[in-house]
Design a binder for this molecule. Sequence first.
Ligand SMILES: [Zn+2]
Length: 182
Amino acid sequence: MKSRAWAELLPKVQQRLLPLKPIVERLFAKNLVIDVLEGDISDVSERGYPWGGPAVYVPWMRTLAMTDEIVLGSFEWYGTYRGDVHELGHAVWYLLLGTLERWVTLNSMYAKAKREGRLLDHYSGLKIEEWFAQGFEAFWTKDRDEHGINWCRDDLRRVDPDLLQYMADLARRHGADPADLM
Ligand SMILES: [Zn+2]
């Protein structure tokens, strides 16, 4: 089911994304579409999305697609995987950040973090978009689990306090309360 406004989201999706509501509303104002694939779907490519996985953000469609399993927190391959939040981070990168913020401010933060070995994981080192999305997901996550990709805010604080500070400022700038955690 495709939604183009907070009020159109299914209650279970609203509940899932509640701490991020002000940010999600800003994204909707930039024409984001959130597509929740209901039913027995394990991979968004089963419904024609160009990449696999349980959640994806497609920049040229301005669409965040996710499976029901993600929304309900029942996706089990990677523990408490928050792929929807990671992908929402990609939407923020593309829709809410200006060119200078991405390619000057954040690019120099990313270069510094890499130089100093302050990355959450290997995936964050692949490219700046993944570093940003992993940091975004970690920032909003309360607890981590034993799987090596599910970081939480304490991990971000320990590994990259500069990025933590940036994410807190970003939240405030878009009307979200950094005290809220998922
Ligand atoms: Zn990603």
